[in-house]
Design a protein around this ligand. Structure first.
Ligand code: ADP
Length: 159
């Protein structure tokens, strides 16, 4: 049976930290579905459609990576797409505490296990909300954006 994982998040926007987690997870899984969720607690900056489009662009040549959007409970979406694992990245002990609670609840509600990869040291401080702030205020966030989408995001913001 294929080992399928979903990698859920807001990805508003998708950063080099997210890209690195996905690329490293491909040794563990046959298929990784990057799942762009609506999070009612977070106000969106880029539309879900744009986020999906840009992430697809990063991985267009990798048949093991798919990109989908979803609404509702993450475990329901995982079940719907046949994933047995939820992939998440960990940067800090605060991430760990937050993720532990969610992962344990998800496991109690389903058969789905969460798998965590630690961020690379150089990505520890990369986070979508800081990147958003830089972009919002006209700064250059290129350092934190995957190569394949830097130009797209910069062009989009100049329009
Ligand atoms: P959410 O809204 O679910 O927190 P994010 O888009 O912020 O979604 O993050 C999605 C996943 O990527 C989470 O598991 C988060 O911990 C992880 N992540 C975010 N930034 C990084 C990074 N720089 N390095 C490693 N993992 C990261």
């Amino acid at each position: 049976m294929d080992r399928v994982a979903i990698f859920p998040g807001s990805f508003d926007p998708f950063t080099v930290g997210h890209e690195d987690i996905v690329l490293r997870s491909l040794d563990l899984f046959d298929k990784v579905i990057i799942s762009v969720g609506y999070n009612s607690n977070k106000k969106e900056f880029f539309s879900v459609a744009k986020r999906v489009e840009w992430i697809k662009e990063i991985f267009w040549d990798n048949p093991k990576v798919l990109v989908r959007k979803y609404e509702g409970l993450t475990v329901d979406f995982a079940t719907e797409v046949g994933a047995r694992y939820i992939l998440r990245g960990l940067r800090t002990s605060a991430d760990f505490e937050y993720e532990r609670a969610i992962a344990q609840v998800n496991k109690a509600m389903s058969k789905i296990d969460s798998v965590f990869l630690l961020t690379q040291p150089e990505h520890t401080s990369v986070n979508s909300s800081i990147v958003r702030d830089i972009i919002k205020h006209g700064g250059d966030a290129s350092l934190f954006l995957p190569d394949k989408i830097k130009k797209r995001i910069n062009d989009f913001m100049r329009k």
